[in-house]
Write a protein that binds this ligand. Structure first.
Ligand SMILES: *Cc1c(COP(=O)(O)O)cnc(C)c1O
Length: 369
């Protein structure tokens, strides 16, 4: 472990000093008057970031746990679910769904393309019995944005329940859960919101609650069951809004980070990522690197970059780490060894970090290529 390493990976992300300070406060209880005031303020700010009038439940766990809770709380054994799997995190959702004994159909795309409405329309012709549609907004394995607005609006017209993995996009790009027809939406504290790992907020709309409440036997147990979280929020909400002990320091640090986002303004917060991405991409192009994903559907939070001809990508990543204390992301799947990923979230959105990164890369190129 290196103390001073700065993370330019697409998660986890290095957080700012104010947020770190909140983490070092004495541990507080996850109940009581002061807690509830902070908690309500946090969940209502998060609801604004999700773009919803619905409920926000800050689950304690990784983003994957929250996604599992969404599938398991609303779907019954054998239900058909359509999952957009044009990247590692889409395939992860399909895997979770299979483990829950759901009947999974997938949509894949050619190359590194987003999933488009025509793919959804074709899948619905092939599988008319589908009940739910799940899609990743920012597919972090590629740095690609799927057009969730078009996809979920269309899925709604088919009467599907829509589940969006916004783990790496919540707070990073515009997201309008209610207006876009999203029924369940999952984020995490540590990516675009710049807070510590530990909390995975889930936003739940009315149609999702109707699915939770219909008479069919769902796959969820107790903890990863949205009905449990709602029960505590409603019945114990005046003093103990969560079903279990919470990582109070992580929740308080998330509240500090979210306050910062709201004070800065959501648009200005989004603009930081876009500026960081543009700067890094321009700098890399000047050094003759090419981006994997075309600009029109590239995400501003992560950039996947092809290694230059003859370049030893693992050596570059190791050199940046040992010589410059900057940790970059390796590429996944069939990009492994041929490309690398640069995250623009957390401290990586700060210009001093981008300068250090581009300088380091220029030095590496001069030295080794
Ligand atoms: C990081 C990430 C996840 C996984 O989050 P965990 O907290 O590790 O479970 C899921 N989906 C996307 C799009 C991600 O970027």
């Amino acid at each position: 472990m290196r103390d001073s390493e700065t993370l330019l990976i697409p998660g986890p992300v290095s957080v700012g000093a104010e947020v770190l300070a909140a983490l070092s406060r004495p541990v507080s209880a996850h109940y009581g008057d002061d807690w509830v005031v902070m908690y309500r303020r946090l969940t209502s700010s998060l609801a604004r970031i999700f773009g919803t009038e619905g409920d926000v439940l800050p689950l304690f766990g990784p983003g994957t746990a929250a996604l599992e809770a969404c599938l398991a709380s609303t779907l019954a054994q054998g239900d058909e679910v359509l999952v957009a799997t044009n990247g590692l995190f889409g395939r992860r959702i399909a895997e979770v769904a299979r483990r829950l004994n759901l009947a999974v159909h997938t949509i894949t795309t050619e190359g590194y393309d987003p999933v488009r409405p025509q793919h959804l329309a074709q899948a619905m012709r092939d599988h008319p019995g589908v009940r739910a549609f799940a899609v990743v907004h920012h597919e972090t394995s590629l740095g690609l944005l799927n057009p969730v607005q078009e996809l979920c609006t269309m899925a709604r017209r088919y009467g599907l329940l829509t589940i969006v993995d916004a783990v790496a996009s919540l707070g990073g790009v515009p997201l309008e859960m209610d207006a876009w027809g999203i029924d369940l939406c999952v984020g995490v504290a540590n990516k675009c919101l710049g807070a510590p790992v530990g909390v995975a907020p889930v936003a739940v709309g009315e149609r999702a609650w109707a699915a939770v409440d219909d008479s069919r036997q769902k796959q969820a147990g107790w903890y990863l069951n949205l009905a449990t979280w709602r029960r505590f929020d409603r019945e114990w909400g005046a003093w103990h809004p969560s079903p279990t002990t919470m990582p109070t320091n992580s929740v308080v640090a998330l509240a500090v980070a979210v306050e910062g986002v709201m004070a800065r303004g959501l648009d200005a917060h989004h603009a930081r990522f876009a500026q960081a991405a543009a700067r890094v991409r321009d700098g890399l192009r000047e050094l003759d690197f090419e981006m994997v994903i075309p600009e029109e559907h590239a995400s501003p939070m992560t950039t996947a970059v092809w290694g230059r001809k003859g370049m030893d990508v693992p050596d570059y990543l190791e050199w940046m780490r040992s010589e410059r204390h900057l940790r970059l992301g390796s590429a996944l799947g069939d990009l492994a060894g041929r490309a690398f990923r640069v995250g623009h979230m957390g401290r990586a959105a700060d210009p001093d970090v981008q300068d250090a990164y581009l300088r380091g890369t220029a030095d590496y190129v001069a030295l080794k290529l």
